[in-house]
Design a protein. Structure first.
Length: 101
């Protein structure tokens, strides 16, 4: 890219300079990306500690303690309850297991 910029600054057309250097002209004239640093945004649908506690209470209840989240998820709507997705249950359980170890 340095060779391309030097040729272009000396008055050689961008098309010829790109051909001489061996790169596409679109690549050569593209503005470099500047990464934007900033705090990570918090998702609007992030579950809170109360919701996490509710997942733990249901998963650890007497009727579900021996079942995996996918079976719990399948049985809850039959009982008229919808809490969270299967992946959310797994994510909360995995995060809890990492905090315990």
């Amino acid at each position: 890219m340095i060779a391309y910029r030097e040729l272009a600054s000396r008055g050689i057309s961008t098309r010829v300079a790109a051909d001489l250097v061996g790169i596409p002209r679109a690549t050569a004239t593209r503005k470099p990306r500047i990464p934007v640093a900033g705090p990570a945004s918090i998702p609007a649908n992030k579950i809170g500690s109360v919701d996490r506690r509710q997942i733990f209470d249901i998963v650890n209840s007497e009727s579900f303690v021996d079942l995996p989240p996918i079976q719990i998820y399948a049985q809850l709507p039959a009982a008229g309850t919808y809490l969270y997705s299967i992946s959310t249950m797994y994510r909360v359980l995995n995060e809890n297991q990492r905090n315990i170890c």
